[in-house]
Design a protein around this ligand. Sequence first.
Ligand code: FAD
Length: 474
Amino acid sequence: MPVPAFPPLPPGFLDRLSSILGPRNLLTGGDATAPFLTDERRLFPGAAAAVACPGSTAEVSALVRACREAGVPIVPQGGNTGLVGGASAPAGSLLVNLRRMNRIRGVDPANATLTAEAGTVLATVQEAARDAGRLFPLSLASEGSAQIGGLLATNAGGINVLRHGNMRDLTLGIEAVMPDGRVLHGLGGLRKDNTGYDLRHLLIGSEGTLAILTAAVLRLSPLPRQRVTALVAVSGAAQALALLDLLRDRAGEALVAFEFMVQATVAMLVEAGHGFPVDPALPAFVLFDLTSADPEAPLAAQAEAILARAFDGGIVLDGTIGASEGQNRAMWDLRERLPEVQKHFGPSIKHDIAVAVSRIPDFLSRAGAACAAAMPGCRIVPFGHLGDGNLHYNLSPPDGMAPADFLARQGDINRIVHDIVHDLGGSISAEHGVGLMKRAELARYKDPVALDAMRAIKAALDPANLMNPGKLLP
Ligand SMILES: Cc1cc2nc3c(=O)[nH]c(=O)nc-3n(C[C@H](O)[C@H](O)[C@H](O)COP(=O)(O)OP(=O)(O)OC[C@H]3O[C@@H](n4cnc5c(N)ncnc54)[C@H](O)[C@@H]3O)c2cc1C
């Protein structure tokens, strides 16, 4: 679906922005703006003439008012790690990058909260929480670059959603600049507030189409003092689910992450030269973490007992438990390398799908058969957050297929996979958002009543359609 073409920036507009931000914080010219206009997947190049880097909420507010008066569309951007083109800024728009708004405004240990500005990188928030003796549990492979604003705007997930929830669950309040330039103040850090519509939840996941998020109150958890990481082989997704069930039953809240990979996915790691601590020829693998805030809890013994039971019951075929935190990290490193390693095998056709956890085996067998029939020899390499029912269902080209020929099939492969997801009552966008990439898919699969309500909300809050126009909403 094409992004609307916008008229050129009006005369004098950049001078006005420069007076708001200071000339150093308004980037113009190819070399300065290029890094902000190239997305992670190099699929959605931007062409905005200027990148504004505000340093405070007041500056964001002044910027938004200036854009509103001049009729200039705004594209908010964080770490630019998004995978669906949401932060891609077309010609005639203004790219607003939040990276200068990177202060931790405060930590409240008694309230178990931390307040961070939108441009704070996730790893910085994790570190600040650790320094305060607490955990900020959101964790994903892009955590060294992704920013709180981008994570909120896409309601990011990652590996610990199973235990701690996604960004929505981890946020107690937000501050945002609305399309009219006014500031929405919501940083009270309340756990209870039934005073009407919850605008926090409306703006989380809105992908920059309703407001620019400027700060958030984030929920902290007790710091884990022990972690047990295990990598085990299973004969398929049904056995992985049986293991999930057993772990939930026996370990309860200690289970924080439960990731799944199939043999073809692990084969890529091995072919790329990475060692794998379990026989990589086995059919499928689960990587899971148990943690405890209690340093005395017999966590390792508990994990061993659960795995022995799973082994005796034929659920687990083989496996290893990390003997040190270094080994734990090495196993997670293998998992986090997967998106990078897949690039060695040519372009990818990616899907970020969710179905009810119980329906994962059905999804995998139906999608696997359909994709193999549609493109014989393609490499089907799913991996991801099985404990949440969310898989990154990725394909790489068959040997010898030209990249362009492979990518030309993207539309029909998407249709095959997404039709199966829809038939199973699932979602075509579990955690990466819709952006530019999945707008047409949203029109096809989203409940029409929900779509109408979304359009009505957008029109009410942003009648001039200046907040990230052309993204998310079909
Ligand atoms: C290797 C890799 C692994 C990843 N793994 C995961 C994963 O496990 N789970 C997951 O959920 N995601 C994952 N992602 C996707 C990505 O990191 C997330 O979508 C992240 O939330 C994007 O944050 P960002 O700061 O980079 O946002 P950007 O990419 O800059 O922007 C993303 C969207 O948010 C909007 N936005 C950004 N900042 C603001 C703001 N302040 N106010 C309003 N709107 C804003 C943008 O307009 C855009 O629509 C991964 C990405 C990579 C590259």
